[in-house]
Design a protein around this ligand. Structure first.
Ligand code: PEP
Ligand code: MG
Length: 607
């Protein structure tokens, strides 16, 4: 009997790879499961020697599937074939649509009092007294049974999912799926608590540890219908909340309060609490240290990822100024991020993005980028060497997003390492095998990269630039190498332009000669500054003034000497104090990080 069953049971399987930088986390898992449940066949996912039911949230989440993990999806039963194609497509769409957690660039600060540094969740400046938050539990039983409380909680989550407008509403759908699967095995509050505890333990120490608060949130929601009350009274006056952690459901009541900022000790940037804080736009910080302060107010400056527990009068003045500026920019500039940036005299400046992968390119598009001014390809792939096809696909996906694209060939070395590229240990890595020098040491790798870029570009007139170029001969030789690769593979690259990053000071003395051979330049002030001042850019104590007059006179020199198009892609391009000077010098293309696009455009409009 068993034999026939096996013979006639249709089984299918496929291998799928997690491509979202957040991993296969609760929200996509919940959506995947609600799709899987529409089929009658058995659906399992196997990873790292473990096989789990793909129709239940907790087991699937406990696999801790991280970016680049490849798992097997197997299906057995009548509708297995149809399920295979639907679920493969669902999974791929979920991965593509999953937004990367925005990367907040930490700015340098100028506070004179002691500061405590943490990790920012959402950028802003808040000045208010601290409020130490604790949750009080009281109990006065209701008439509801455990089952009724669960049903009511499910209804609430469904309403929250359908009525919340922001993208993050999927969290409520995910919590609903979690509750469905946990409550199925529970007959009473006690067994439910045991299951919550077991499920939480499975996540402890794993990639999705921060999702434990979702379990606690569900427990609290169900218990509230049984008569447990959680008093979360907030002060009537403006305050900065400090707590070890918050539950996602706390954010809804917090949003209605006079909260100015939030400091949490124990969450992570990918927790649902953090995601909802970001969506509600409250400046928030993760600060693992315990804080004590008797000051009347504190300064929370998450642009610099810090708290000033006992600010001086000068610190407060400075913070108020930064706060006014930040609020003005946030309100005005973000709404206008898709509009062109023109100076008061009507000169249009292009604002492009510095990106490193498909996710960040998508974020850049949403933030109003008009093109990609720097694609840092060294961050495009994870720890393993990507296949030729994976490279072509990744470039193709990015190239499809914008009309203007500048790709930089691998800039590995210095402070950037790739595990699959062996560079012998060097005494001064920043002065060693880095950037374009890889064409000498790793020609096969560079050939593979160029082939992938050429293939993905198809007929698009993209720009390719070489990093760390120091002489005209080096550029000529590298370009010859590229032309040879195209010829070898019979690819027409007549529509592709070749240029250089200006990062090495020797280039400053060769501009006239370079102008005869390159198609364009991009100024990399991060490296140019480190090499001009002989001060390593990652040095923990030595710092260079990014606004040094030396830099601006170098930039002026470049702009006046070269005839070929020149843009700037170093961090200086998004510095609010530098932007007016850069535009006045004649730079017409600024390439900045995605999060700085709206602000950079706004700054240009005031020049
Ligand atoms: C630069 O050096 O300014 C630059 C943009 O390149 P990277 O920061 O990637 O070295
Ligand atoms: Mg550089």
């Amino acid at each position: 009997m068993q034999f026939f069953k096996n013979l006639f049971t249709k089984t299918f399987s496929t291998r799928l790879t997690v491509t979202s930088s957040n991993g296969f986390h609760l929200r996509p898992v919940a959506k995947f499961i609600s799709e899987a449940k529409k089929f009658t066949c058995d659906i399992n996912i196997s990873f790292a020697g473990k096989t789990v039911n793909a129709k239940a949230v907790s087991p699937l989440l406990s696999l801790n599937l991280a970016p680049n993990d490849t798992f097997t999806l197997s299906l057995a039963g009548k509708d297995a074939q149809e399920a295979l194609s639907t679920l493969t497509e669902t999974f791929q769409t979920l991965m593509q649509e999953d937004k990367a957690i925005p990367n907040i660039e930490k700015r340098t600060h100028h506070y004179e009092s002691q500061v405590l540094e943490g990790e920012s969740i959402f950028e802003g400046v808040a000045i208010a007294p601290l409020f130490f938050y604790t949750r009080e539990e009281t109990f006065s039983p209701t008439n509801l049974t455990f089952k009724e409380s669960v049903d009511l909680s499910l209804e609430e989550l469904e309403t929250l999912y359908t009525t919340h407008k922001h993208d993050e509403a999927g969290i409520y759908l995910a919590q609903k799926e979690l509750l469905l699967s946990l409550s199925k095995e529970s007959t009473s509050l006690d067994t439910f608590e045991v299951h919550i505890d077991e499920a939480s333990k499975k996540l402890t120490g794993g990639r999705f540890e921060a999702k434990i608060t979702d379990y606690l949130d569900l427990l609290q929601r169900v218990k509230s219908h049984l008569g447990y009350r959680y008093e979360s009274t907030f002060p009537a006056h403006p305050f900065i909340l400090y707590a070890d952690d918050l539950l996602p459901s706390d954010i809804t009541s917090l949003e209605k309060s006079a909260v100015q900022g939030v400091i949490l000790q124990e969450t992570s940037p990918t927790s649902h609490t953090a995601i909802l804080l970001r969506a509600s736009g409250v400046p928030s910080l993760i600060l693992p240290e315990k804080i004590q302060t008797y000051a009347q107010h504190v300064i929370l400056d998450t642009r610099c990822a810090l708290l000033v527990p006992t600010p001086s009068a000068e610190d407060t003045r400075q913070a108020k100024e930064a706060q006014a500026r930040h609020q003005y920019q946030a309100n005005n500039s973000h709404a206008k991020r898709f509009e062109q940036a023109c100076t008061k005299k009507g000169k249009q400046i292009s604002v492009y993005a510095n990106v490193s992968d498909v996710d960040s390119a998508k974020v850049a598009k949403e933030e109003g980028a008009e093109g990609i001014g720097l694609l840092r390809t060294e961050f495009l792939f994870g720890t393993e060497k990507p296949s030729q096809q994976a490279q072509i696909d990744a470039y193709g996906n990015i190239f499809d997003l914008f009309e203007h694209i500048t790709v930089r060939t691998l800039d590995v070395g210095g402070d950037k390492a790739l595990p699959y590229i062996q560079i012998p240990k060097e005494k001064n890595p920043f002065l060693g095998i880095r950037g374009v020098r890889l064409f000498q040491t790793h020609p096969e790798l560079m050939e593979e990269q160029l082939y992938a870029i050429f293939t993905a570009a198809k007929h698009k007139p993209i720009k390719i630039m070489f990093p760390m170029i120091s002489s005209v001969e080096e550029f000529n030789e590298t370009k010859r190498f590229a032309l040879h690769v195209a010829k070898k593979h019979t690819i027409d690259i007549s529509h592709i332009l070749f240029g250089i990053m200006i990062e090495v000071p020797s280039v400053l003395f060769l501009l006239k000669a370079f102008d005869d051979v390159v198609d364009f330049y991009s100024i990399g002030t991060n490296d140019l500054t480190q090499y001009l001042f002989a001060t390593e850019r990652t040095h923990p104590t030595l710092q260079i003034d990014p606004l040094s007059p030396v830099i601006f006179s170098v930039l002026a020199n470049i702009v006046t000497q070269v005839k070929k198009p020149v843009s700037i892609c170093g961090e200086l391009a998004s510095d609010t104090e530098a932007i007016p000077k850069l535009v006045t010098l004649g730079l017409e293309t600024l390439s900045v990080s995605a999060k700085s696009i709206a602000r950079t455009k706004e700054e240009i409009r005031h020049v």
